[in-house]
Each structure stands twice: as structure tokens, then as C-alpha cells.
Design a protein around this ligand. Structure first.
Ligand code: PXP
Length: 244
């Protein structure tokens, strides 16, 4: 069985920073902490509207990371130019709609196939590994292989939303098997949590998971008590020894 890599998506550290347009929390520092804690790679989505990750973040991540950097991006001329210049280890192409809260569905690989094929060829020419974020649908898997991608990332959103429905999980299992038979590496992600990751992690063909929101959410509670204690102490120290 293939070893399963954990790539952590640090977008929502930047979401918190952008809420104040300040310099904390720093997604690069968060990424280094993730690496220290055992992440196999770091993922960041540079959205066209720059709602969380900024251009300066991807530049800094590219220099600071010790593990592979997976740049998520839309298939646009602007993003392709950024990827060619930065040369991250991997690019995952995702669909992007401005009004969406998060990436809602997989790439429509049946449309704009020439654009997608050309983008994959450009990325490969820049020695960047390519992955396509897709729904677990047989025709879409087949088309992804035809387009020449190295990998697919199966969208686990439907599975995460309907955990008691067997069909989304069965579709993921079938798609993973089909993709591997076609020579594609199989990744998966979206909506995964400690509670629901098990059945996806158990799919033998899946070699990489991209997980973000649940880890960053959990970090708030794992760290909140310590931050309150730090503030309490800073206030108490000021009372005993007032700063000038
Ligand atoms: N994979 C892709 C392609 C995504 O767009 C996202 C969300 O940014 C994720 C994985 C991670 O999803 P989540 O934040 O729900 O763990």
C-alpha cells in the first residue's frame, strides 16, 4: 500500500490575517509549524480575488518551506505566469468562482480542454508536477488522464457533506481505482476532518490528502487557553512592574 502524505492547506490562517489587514497570523510561520508537526507538504490557494493568500505569501512560502509546496490556482494566464516564475513543486488546477465561499465543485474537464491541455504542458515544461481537482466521475477521470496531468485530486466534499450516504464514498473508491489504472497519482481533499478522514485514508490508491479548514479550526481551540494565559500574564506583570 502507498504511504499517505498529509498536505496542509494554510489559506485560513491568511483569512484571519486579512480580516484585519495586519501581519498576523503569518501563514508562512504557520506552514513551518505544520512542517515541524509532521506535514508532508503545504498547500496554498492564490485566488484571483486574493481574499486570503497574497502574492507575497506564495513568494515567501516558496523560499521558506522545507517540504513540497502545492500551489492551488485557477487555470488563467496570470496564474500560469506566477507558477512558471515561482516553480512550486506542484500545481493543482481548481475551478474558481468569485462568489463562492470555497471551491464548490471539481474542474469541468469536458470544456476548454485545449486550454487545460496547454496549461498542463506549460507547467510540465517548467518541471512542475500537475494535479487536477475533479469530481469522482468516470468520464472526468478518463479525461484527466487524456489531458496529461500527473495526478488528480478527488473532491471529497459530497462525501463529507453526506457521511451516511454510501454513494459518494463508493464513487471515490471507484474513481481512485480507475485513476490508478490509467497511470494517475491519486490525491483527495475538501471537508475532511478527524472524524470523517478514516474511510478516505483507507482507500489504497490515495497517496495524498489536502486538509485545511478543520485543522485551522481545531487549532483555535487547541491554542486558545494558552493565548488567554499569555495575555493575563502580560497584564499582571504590567501591574507589578509598570512599563515606562
Ligand atoms: N483541496 C482543494 C482543491 C481545495 O480547494 C481545498 C479548499 O481550499 C482543500 C483541498 C481543503 O479543503 P478543506 O479546507 O475543507 O480541508
Amino acid at each position: 500500500m502507498t504511504l499517505l502524505r498529509l498536505y496542509i492547506n494554510i489559506d485560513h490562517v491568511a483569512t484571519l490575517r486579512q480580516a484585519r489587514r495586519t501581519d498576523e497570523p503569518d501563514p508562512v510561520a504557520a506552514a513551518r509549524l505544520c512542517e515541524d508537526a509532521g506535514a508532508d507538504g503545504i498547500t496554498a490557494h492564490l485566488r484571483e480575488d486574493r481574499r486570503h493568500i497574497q502574492d507575497a505569501d506564495v513568494e515567501a512560502l516558496r523560499l521558506a518551506l522545507r517540504t513540497p509546496f502545492n500551489l492551488e490556482m485557477a487555470c488563467t494566464e496570470e496564474m500560469l505566469g506566477i507558477a512558471e516564475r515561482l516553480k512550486p513543486f506542484q500545481v493543482t488546477l481548481v475551478p474558481e468562482k468569485r462568489e463562492e465561499v470555497t471551491t464548490e465543485g471539481g474542474l469541468d474537464v469536458t470544456r476548454a480542454t485545449d486550454t487545460l491541455a496547454a496549461a498542463i504542458a506549460r507547467l510540465k515544461a517548467a518541471s512542475i508536477r500537475t494535479s487536477l481537482f475533479i469530481d469522482a466521475v468516470p468520464m472526468v477521470v478518463e479525461r484527466s488522464a487524456w489531458l496529461g496531468a500527473n495526478a488528480i485530486e478527488l473532491h471529497t466534499g459530497a462525501y463529507a457533506r453526506y457521511p451516511h450516504d454510501e454513494r459518494p464514498l463508493a464513487a471515490l473508491r471507484d474513481a481512485a481505482r480507475q485513476a490508478r489504472a490509467l497511470g494517475l497519482a491519486v490525491h483527495a481533499g475538501h471537508g475532511l476532518t478527524v472524524r470523517n478522514v478514516g474511510p478516505v485514508a483507507a482507500i489504497p490508491e490515495v497517496e495524498e490528502l489536502n486538509i485545511g479548514h478543520s485543522i485551522v479550526s481545531r487549532a483555535v481551540f487547541a491554542g486558545l487557553a494558552a493565548s488567554v494565559r499569555e495575555m493575563r500574564q502580560a497584564m499582571d506583570v504590567a501591574r507589578v512592574a509598570p512599563p515606562r
